[in-house]
Design a binder for this molecule. Sequence first.
Ligand code: NDP
Length: 423
Amino acid sequence: MRPNSQALRSSHDTEREFGGALGALCIPISLPLTVLFLIGVSRTPEASVFQWPPPLPSTDQLWDPLAPVLLLGWIALHALLYVMPLGKVSEGLVLRDGTRLKYPINGFFGLCVSCVLLLLLLVLGAPLGSLFELLLPLAACAMAASFLLSVYLYARSFCVPAHALALGGNTGNHLYDFFIGRELNPRIGYFDLKYFCELRPGLIGWVVINLGMLMKEVELRGSPSLAMILVNSFQLLYVADALWNEEAVLTTMDIVHDGFGFMLVFGDLAWVPFTYGLQASFLVVHPQALSSLGAATIIALNGIGYYIFRKSNSQKNQFRRDPTHPSVARLETIATATGKRLLVSGWWGLVRHPNYLGDLLMALAWSLPCGFSHLLPYFYVVYFTVLLIHREARDERQCRAKYGLAWDSYCRRVPYRIFPYVY
Ligand code: NDP
């Protein structure tokens, strides 16, 4: 297909998401404040999300000259690992101009190198526990970097051809387009900015921050608590799994559909590393005793969640890659007018988003080691439930547009969206 103004024109009619222009104004202000608020609250003795006035940090607490050095060094390290010719190179889905982009599949290698470097630092006696004190300045730098990168992305999106723009990110409203992302796959040469940010500096950074919190606990109490070990292990498993299955990200909504703007940049570089690991920073100040039975129950819950999450994601990925593969060939499917088929048995016959169900069970297992005395460690479960319900609705809209009547009959066959017999 040639670059076409038809696609561009139709994008102006696209339904606006996240509350349209008002959301695009409020979210970039409220999210950074939320990150600072949550980190601030997690280290007060009360750790109450209802504290008033909210314990927002002073400007002194937000600045440390080491923070930008660490952040830029970290991003540079991962950029270097990204361009190293290691691992295979995969092609993304076909773009509107008929081409396919190439992506290096070496994120797991990036995680392994990071783990080796961290071990070396530990052996050399580096004070990794200082990440606890540096958390606010690091978060402030990551947020500043997110704003700068979003401005750069927005500016450069006016220099690319129309077919390189995301269909939903070219409404003509500057604020909304800046927020939702105008260019679909911004690249500097071979370096894909969206793909790089999606799973590397922020996601691996989250694991490093968690380890820093564990080391802080060791500094304070001589050894890590069982609760801290569980939180660190569960979240490391989640990150390792995402990077081991990195190729699957090439078919997700973020890569295929969404432009790269403030929403994704901020999510990848600031939101994920500084809010997903709140449980670990909470545990530094609010140690929790965990019984063996409690720990075993939580491990089982995480295991069940992980099993559902991994099996359902793998089943769909396998089916999309090769529907004749023996592991999926016998599953019941329905035809659609696009030529693609939809699974109506197996995991995808249980609910319409079994992968979200597994993800949510894991989210709960990450919070339970923090006990029941505070709401704060449950922030992630609550936020993630809202995110996945909203994401499910966005995906549903796109699938209905793609598959029409076939999608309706899938919904009749599989009436529940995420939770069997509930929702
Ligand atoms: P999904 O993996 O759920 O994919 C949705 C797509 O799958 C649909 O658009 C459709 O695409 C295809 N599909 C839907 N139903 C069927 C069916 N019955 N048969 C075959 N194909 C079907 O998308 P996400 O990107 O939302 O999620 C991927 C994973 O990432 C999930 O496990 C989710 O929990 C996780 N996630 C985690 C986040 C975090 O912050 N931790 C954030 C967001 C997601 P098509 O038909 O075109 O192939």
